[in-house]
Design a protein around this ligand. Structure first.
Ligand code: ATP
Ligand code: MG
Length: 598
């Protein structure tokens, strides 16, 4: 079923304080088009928190006929990698596919920003390509590193107008001179350098004359400002390091605060939406843009609270730890809250979007119970998943009154959730597998499944009665022998006969063998990192591998198809490890919240 099934359209248009601001701007016609951006740093894989930011930025673009730029915020070459760039593109496209892909903007490969002369000043603008065609070859996301020349030119302009200077303080002294929130900073002794000297030194920084850490370019703002970010913040630092996009072209790199507002401006962003920790940076964002006296409308920054899901870790640094220490099998391990892991686990993109939009946008950080996410995933899968029969822990049941080799086919329902359900034919016969725990030799009270002398209905087939159990030398039950009431099949004279229990099964000679990976929450604690050591709270049962018996139609399952294995949960073919003839299924989620009572 497609990612765009009706259930995926989600609730009515969301509303929040950022959307209210955008609506007011639209009403007053402030901008020709609303332009947002999603600006990840390619230093790790995207996670469920980024999904919230993606859905907000693309959602606002989509609701207002705008566009959203995917931009790599790549100003810190030593921590970044093209593997991350590629995964980010894949994840964003998957998440917005069929929903806001028409708002996604890319740029032409290798094309620099356009330079335009306005009032004797050079203005830079990065033209977007939008919508992105299905074959996006020749296109790529935006990169902050594409603007290194322009950002550098703006830095020179700040020096020329006396708003920036080269400072020789060491990183430690720069920190010391900055003061603290309740104590003003001290001016750098290099603050009063002449423009000519600053220009010369900045050129020599760029030319590679000085080692790392010996000089910085700093904005000349106010060392006594109550806002610490305005105390002559560093704009450029020396870093003799190759960059994944620009190679060895640069040995000075702009700081996040300098690069970000300028990248927003160059791309014509109208609403620059980020998380709350950047609120204190906003005055600097505004100062830089205002100081450059730019000809086009300036972008503005708006902040919202991060998504902090319970029972998960969403900091990239900590996710890297889980991957590097091989606590999980990689960035796309289905237990991780990475978008790649979520996709591989079988969560449909509309479910992730529904959750990411549904949590809402506020100004207050709070923990979101992961059960909310799991509920949305179940709800979405219930609507789209085809029902199938599978047995995860098989034990053989022999129906002694059905002759060997006799094939009986029964009709099983594919989609009982739909108004006009469809069916498929499933083979049935003398030998079937049932779930080991659907039989109890000594049943507890109210056990309505199979027990010695008892009856149960095999779903879609007939009622069977347990006559005898066969045990091995250790006393373990290895086979259950029953009589089938074939008249109790659908359409038979006894079809209306009722028994208390109904169980699932798979015909033994037709069963497909499969590895099934039973995933569960990775952490047992709601806030795994509350005491600073999240590895203490790993769930030892987050992955259990079983060898299951599946109904034959599942042999042709394709990646991306979702199934409900009846009575067991939702499953999907693993996109990495399944091969023809050796299916591997992932459990996306159980049918019920098994944690609720815990
Ligand atoms: P992390 O803290 O996981 O390392 P980050 O903020 O450094 O994440 P970026 O790549 O800089 O990651 O994030 C890209 C965008 O996603 C930013 O605008 C950031 O504010 C937003 N974002 C990051 N984490 C979350 C989150 N948990 N909830 C909502 N938005 C987030
Ligand atoms: Mg960041």
């Amino acid at each position: 079923m497609s990612e765009n099934s009706p259930s995926s359209s989600g609730a009515s248009a969301p509303s929040d304080f950022i959307r209210d601001i955008v609506a007011a701007h639209v009403a007053e016609g402030r901008y020709p088009q609303i332009v947002t951006r999603f600006p990840p740093e390619p230093n790790g894989y995207l996670h469920i928190g980024h999904a919230k930011s993606i859905c907000l930025n693309f959602g606002i673009a989509r609701e207002n006929g705008g566009r959203c730029n995917l931009r790599m915020d790549d100003t810190n070459p030593t921590k970044e990698d093209v593997e991350y760039v590629e995964s980010i593109i894949r994840d964003v496209r998957w998440l917005v596919d069929g929903w806001a892909d028409h708002c996604l903007a890319f740029k032409k490969h290798g094309v620099p920003p356009e330079a335009r002369e306005t009032d004797g000043k050079t203005d830079f603008f990065m033209p977007p390509v939008q919508p992105v065609p299905a074959d996006a070859s020749g296109l790529e996301p935006f990169f902050a590193s594409d603007y290194f020349d322009q950002i550098h030119a703006y830095a020179v302009r700040l020096i020329e107008t006396g708003r920036a200077y080269v400072c020789d303080l060491s990183p430690e002294d720069t920190e010391k001179y900055r003061g603290s929130p309740d104590r003003p900073g001290t001016e750098s002794p290099f603050r009063t350098r002449s423009t000519a000297e600053n220009l010369d030194l900045f050129a020599r920084m760029r030319a590679g004359e000085f080692p790392n850490g010996t000089r910085t370019l700093r904005a000349k703002i106010d060392m006594a400002s109550p806002n610490i970010w305005l105390r002559d913040p560093v704009l450029y630092r020396i870093k003799h390091a190759a960059h994944h996009q620009t190679g060895d072209a640069w040995c000075i790199y702009p700081m996040y605060d300098f690069a970000h507002c300028l990248s927003d401006y160059i791309e014509g962003i109208t609403h620059s939406i980020c998380t709350l920790e950047f609120e204190v940076h906003r005055p600097l964002y505004d100062w830089i843009l205002a100081s450059l006296d730019l000809p086009r409308p300036l972008p503005h920054q708006y902040e919202f609270a991060k998504l902090i899901p319970s029972h998960m870790i969403v900091s990239k640094r900590k996710l890297i730890h889980l991957v590097n220490e091989k606590i999980v099998a990689g960035w796309d391990d289905p237990r991780l809250p990475t978008i790649s892991g979520i996709r591989r686990r079988g969560v449909p993109a509309p479910a992730l979007r529904r959750f990411a939009v549904g949590v809402g946008v506020t100004k207050f950080n709070s923990l979101t119970d992961i059960a909310v996410y799991e509920h949305v995933v179940r709800d979405e899968l219930n609507a789209v998943a085809a029902r199938r029969l599978a047995v995860l822990d098989p034990i053989k049941l022999v129906l002694t009154n059905i002759p060997e080799g006799e094939l009986i086919e029964v009709d099983a329902t594919n989609d009982p959730q739909n108004e006009t359900p469809t069916t498929r034919r499933v083979p049935f016969g003398r030998e079937v597998y049932i779930e080991r725990d659907d039989f109890a030799e000594i049943p507890p009270p109210k056990f309505f499944r199979l027990k010695p002398g008892g009856e149960v209905r095999l779903k879609y087939a007939c009622i069977v009665k347990c006559d005898e159990v066969v045990k091995d030398a250790t006393g373990a039950v290895v086979e259950i022998r029953c009589t089938a009431d074939l008249d109790s099949r659908a359409g038979g004279p006894n079809s209306g006969r009722k028994v208390k229990g109904t169980i699932h099964w798979v015909s033994a000679p037709h069963a497909v063998d499969a590895e099934v990976r039973l995933y569960d929450r990775l952490f047992t604690a709601a806030e795994p990192d509350a005491d600073g050591d999240f590895t203490k709270h790993l769930n030892p049962d987050s992955l259990k591998i079983v060898h299951a018996k599946l109904e034959p139609t599942l042999a042709s399952a394709r990646p991306g198809e979702r199934f409900q294995f009846e009575r067991l949960g939702y499953f999907t073919l693993d996109s990495e490890d399944a091969t023809v003839g050796r299916p591997v299924f992932n459990r996306t989620i159980t049918l019920k919240d098994t944690w609720a009572k815990a």
